[in-house]
Design a protein around this ligand. Structure first.
Ligand code: PRP
Length: 269
């Protein structure tokens, strides 16, 4: 059991934004799969919620899905990985010559995805792709690139929507950042995704810009920023907002900003 008195959960990505992204991912996957059967291999425990949501959208999009699960774990009961993934439950389906979509909640160090990918490839599928809800590229120890990624995220401990701390919080429909009040101070800046809006809170400096950049510089649709909770931004922060506008515009998306006048005066982004 977790000592809840010391635990602070801060909203990060709300349920509506997750569901929107699941729809987009399923649409991209369905276009690639096109027709025929797809074997979806979910990685337990963390991948169970994402897998369940994804396959139901794939079904609506006309993809014939069969489902199987494997169980891998490496974290034990804390926030620090033991480093060695262990296959504690195998798939029951044969993979030879089949199209396989591996689904997990997160790629962190990359060890689990790499390990599972290698295990599956040994069984000679005709086609193998990996879909993860979250990618934490800054934490990578073993190289691994997922084919379909929901959100790139900064190096924070995230729970909910299948992701746990000590086997808690998996049932929450949204993603939150977990913090331990006695060990970690409140961050001076945070952002959260609420539907189609990203809300900024605190002071946007270089570190904050780097964290937000992990997610937002890889954004995939039009974006609205709500800066009304922002207390200020230094030159690095302002440069980040300009880079964000450029990066979205290069991809054909728009950035709209709300609440800037009140927080940043007449500074132009
Ligand atoms: C988590 C998560 C991924 C893996 C990612 O699983 O579900 O499978 O860690 O971390 P990595 O990239 O550093 O390998 P965990 O081992 O905590 O087991 P669980 O899914 O049962 O929670």
């Amino acid at each position: 059991m977790t000592d809840s008195a010391k635990v602070i959960l801060t909203p990060f990505i709300d349920a509506a934004a997750i569901q929107r992204r699941v729809l987009e991912l399923a649409d991209t996957i369905a276009k690639e799969v096109h027709s025929g059967e797809l074997l979806v291999a979910g990685v337990l425990k963390g991948g169970f919620v994402f897998t369940a949501d994804l396959v139901r959208v794939l079904n609506r999009l006309g993809i014939h899905v069969r489902i199987d699960f494997l169980r891998v774990s490496s974290y034990g009961s804390g926030t620090v990985s033991s480093g060695t993934p262990v296959l504690s439950g195998d798939l029951s389906e044969k993979l030879n010559g089949r199209r396989v979509l591996l689904v997990d909640d997160i790629v962190d160090t990359g060890r689990t995805s790499r390990f599972v990918h290698e295990k599956i490839m040994e069984r000679r599928p005709a086609w193998l792709r990996t879909c993860v809800l979250l990618d934490k590229p800054r934490r990578r120890v073993v190289p691994f690139d997922a084919d379909y990624i929901g959100f790139r995220v900064p190096d924070a401990f995230i729970v909910g929507y299948g992701l746990d701390y000590d086997n808690e919080y998996r049932d929450r429909p949204e993603l939150s950042v977990i913090r331990f009040a006695d060990r970690e101070p409140e961050p001076s800046f945070r952002f959260r995704i609420d539907g189609g809006t990203v809300l900024f809170k605190g002071h946007l400096d270089a570190k904050a810009a780097e964290d937000a950049g992990d997610t937002l510089l890889h954004w995939h649709t039009d974006l609205e920023l709500d800066l009304s909770g922002m207390q200020g931004a230094d030159r690095d922060g302002m440069n980040f907002l300009s880079r964000l506008r450029e990066s979205l515009s290069d991809k054909g998306f728009k950035l709209s900003i709300r609440g800037m006048k009140r927080t940043l005066g007449d500074k132009q982004v």
